[in-house]
Design a protein around this ligand. Structure first.
Ligand SMILES: [Zn+2]
Length: 278
């Protein structure tokens, strides 16, 4: 059984135990090739005791969080980092109440942090086109399961799901989008918006998929779970269902389900939680 790689909370808390460690991590992410003054382009700087970086040439002061979702935050970076961890690693989606207790911040602060983190994740999701090997399928999320028809043909919200698989066979990025139908045109539109032309798509042989994905390298066949076919995709769908429904059923009434799902901010896989600040 393949396992998703993730840092344990102990490892994570140790790695980012102080604001300085968090700042150094962000420094590496922001200035991969060394500091560059955003005002004059100079490479020469000094670090001030308040955590800011000052350009030696024009004396402009900047921070690792300037221009990111952490811009001018009063919350310590250690708490932000833990919030990233919980928001991205909790399959069911942590609530503001839980986060406020865990981080010892007010409910309002916790709510704001979750909102910013999800917004950053959504932005990254929008900007990211899937590449390489892609598992693709449609599913439904959010509908009642008692006495109702499930799967294709259901009246409930249909969702396209695509997950990219890395060279070691592990899931990398997940993209989901609600759709009115799974006809050829809709499938093609989703693929063109989310999957790079050079990608290889693996799916079952549903009739609209084959013509819709004809411009891609497309491997399709009869779905058989025993062969490991679409293994990660279905794992991710399960995670996404738990994540979305866990959040919505507690805090939102059924009528709001589609609104939240349309946000499709789900990036639950083995991503670095910090990347959302890049
Ligand atoms: Zn400068």
């Amino acid at each position: 059984m393949k396992k998703q790689q993730r840092l344990s909370i102990i490892e994570f808390a140790k790695k980012f135990s102080t604001d300085k460690k968090c700042r150094e991590y962000l420094f590496q992410k922001k200035w991969k090739n060394g500091f560059v003054c955003p005002k004059c382009g100079s490479f020469h700087y000094c670090e001030l005791s308040n955590g800011l970086y000052q350009c030696n040439d024009c004396h402009h002061q900047t921070s690792v969080t300037a221009g990111t979702i952490l811009h001018r935050t009063h919350v310590p970076l250690t708490k932000w980092f833990l919030a990233f961890y919980f928001v991205t690693q909790d399959k069911r989606g942590i609530s503001a109440v839980q986060l406020s207790k865990t981080l010892d911040v007010t409910y309002k602060t916790a709510w704001y942090m979750i909102k910013r983190i999800r917004c950053a994740m959504k932005q990254r999701d929008i900007n990211c086109m899937l590449l390489g090997t892609i598992e693709f399928d449609d599913t439904y999320i959010g509908g009642p399961t008692v006495g109702k028809k499930r799967g294709r043909g259901t009246e409930q919200s249909k969702v396209f799901v695509a997950v990219s698989i890395d060279k070691k066979g592990r899931p990398k990025y997940l993209k989901m989008q609600t759709t009115d139908n799974i006809q050829q045109r809709s499938v093609r539109k989703f693929a063109q918006a989310n999957i790079q032309a050079e990608a290889t798509i693996i799916s079952d042989g549903y009739r609209s998929y084959i013509p819709a994905l004809k411009d891609y390298k497309h491997e399709h066949g009869v779905y058989n779970p025993d062969t490991g076919m679409l293994h990660w995709l279905h794992t991710m769908i399960g995670n996404a269902r738990a994540f979305i429904l866990g959040t919505i059923t507690v805090y939102l009434r059924k009528t709001y389900r589609n609104t939240l799902m349309n946000s499709a901010i789900v990036l639950i896989v083995a991503i670095s939680p910090i990347c959302a600040t890049d």
